[in-house]
Write a protein that binds this ligand. Structure first.
Ligand code: PHB
Length: 375
């Protein structure tokens, strides 16, 4: 995304990817795009398939105490919506756009090393097709995820990390089954949280709250479907089932480093922050980061103006912390709190009843979910 934004401003870049094209184009990740993310994909010329295949949703449903409640985003936010479109589909579209520009994109690079980060021309060394390559850079964008090399190449003492681990994880499946509901369903249940989502009219994505150390082997498909039926079930509603195409467990954690920059090295997306998936913000935050970064780099090349680069971290972190709060709010409201008592559980029900009955409370959830225009 950053490379495409820079390309459109006439700025060259080299994109390095650790994995193969095949791997990144098929890795199942997030699926909810905020309105602003969708708008940006259209603006940069990669929205054609998204427009055709993306599933536009005007709201979500929240289920608790045996009832489902709809939060209507469109009416609560002046017409803003979300689009369900798999992250790997966005990745495919961006790779295709990059290849069309003819600018460099290298897959399966290895031994990436970053050095001289305290200089005006930091250095990247990497291996590719048996060659050792050195890149002298004006800027390095660390868009390399939580386990990437960029954050760790910043000298000790520069960054402060803020972290929270949640005492649960999500067991997620992708199934060859038509979605059982038009909307996403976030279900709070005494057996634990469950989420009904989708990827297409033929493919459902479903999640169950489990323990962080849960063993996938103890979850044969039948047990998963039964548990989903118990948590998502309602009179007169049936859960469509089908072949399980993919199964995995994801931990829930919040993580932020500050600042998101060291000299000419800028961190974006999961390299700088992780949110629990309940707020569907991870991919959208990464996009918001690189939108700021592209504008800042462009101003530097065009006018020699470094002021946006200086403000990048502070500007990005305002949205990051808003999203952290929203993700924490959704996570704590919806999950069964391990070790929580009856008081905690009554507080959750009071909060759920409030967001589902007060238009003002629902509007606050809605504007955060579809993505705030200004933070
Ligand atoms: C998904 O479809 O993968 C999904 C949807 C909503 C979330 C998290 C994940 O909050």
């Amino acid at each position: 995304m950053l490379a495409q934004l820079l390309h459109l401003k006439g700025i060259d870049s080299v994109v390095l990817e650790d994995r193969s094209r095949e791997y990144v184009e098929h890795r199942i990740r997030a699926g909810v795009l905020e309105q602003g993310t969708v708008d940006l994909l259209h603006e940069i010329g990669v929205g054609e398939r998204l427009g055709r295949e993306g599933l536009v949703h005007d709201g979500i449903e929240i289920q608790f105490a045996g009832e489902r409640h709809r939060i209507d985003f469109a009416s609560l936010t002046g017409g803003r919506r979300i689009t369900v479109y798999g992250q790997q589909e966005v990745v495919k579209d961006l790779i295709a756009a990059r290849l069309k520009t003819g600018r460099p994109l290298h897959f399966e690079v290895d031994d990436v090393e970053i050095s001289e980060v305290d200089s005006d021309f930091p250095l990247i060394r990497f291996g590719h097709d048996d060659d050792e390559i050195e890149l002298r850079c004006d800027f390095i964008a660390g868009c390399d995820g939580f386990h990437g090399v960029c954050r760790d190449s910043i000298p000790a003492g520069v960054l402060t990390a803020f972290e929270r681990e949640y005492p649960f994880a999500w067991l997620g499946i992708l199934a060859a089954a038509a979605p059982s509901n038009e909307e996403l369903i976030y279900a709070h249940h005494e057996r634990g949280f469950a989420l009904h989502s989708m990827r297409s009219p033929e493919v459902t994505r479903l999640y169950l709250q489990v323990r962080p150390d849960e063993n996938l082997d103890e979850w044969p498909d039948d047990r998963i479907w039964e548990e989903l039926r118990l948590r998502l079930g309602l009179e007169g509603w049936t859960l469509n089932t089908g072949e399980v195409l993919e199964k995995g467990i994801t931990g829930m954690r919040s993580f932020v480093v500050e600042p998101m920059q060291h000299w000419r090295l800028f961190l974006a997306g999961d390299a700088a922050h992780i949110v629990p998936a309940t707020g569907a913000k991870g991919l959208n935050l990464a996009v918001a980061d690189v939108r700021l970064l592209a504008a800042a780099i462009a101003a530097w090349y065009r006018d020699g103006d470094g002021s946006l680069l200086e403000r990048y971290s502070a500007d990005a972190l305002r949205r990051v912390w808003r999203a952290q709060h929203f993700s924490w709010f959704m996570t704590s409201m919806l999950h069964r709190l391990e070790g929580g008592d009856e008081f905690d559980s009554r507080l959750q029900l009071a909060q759920l009843a409030y967001v589902c009955s007060s238009e003002k409370a629902a509007a606050s959830l809605a504007e955060n979910y579809v993505g705030l225009e200004h933070v």
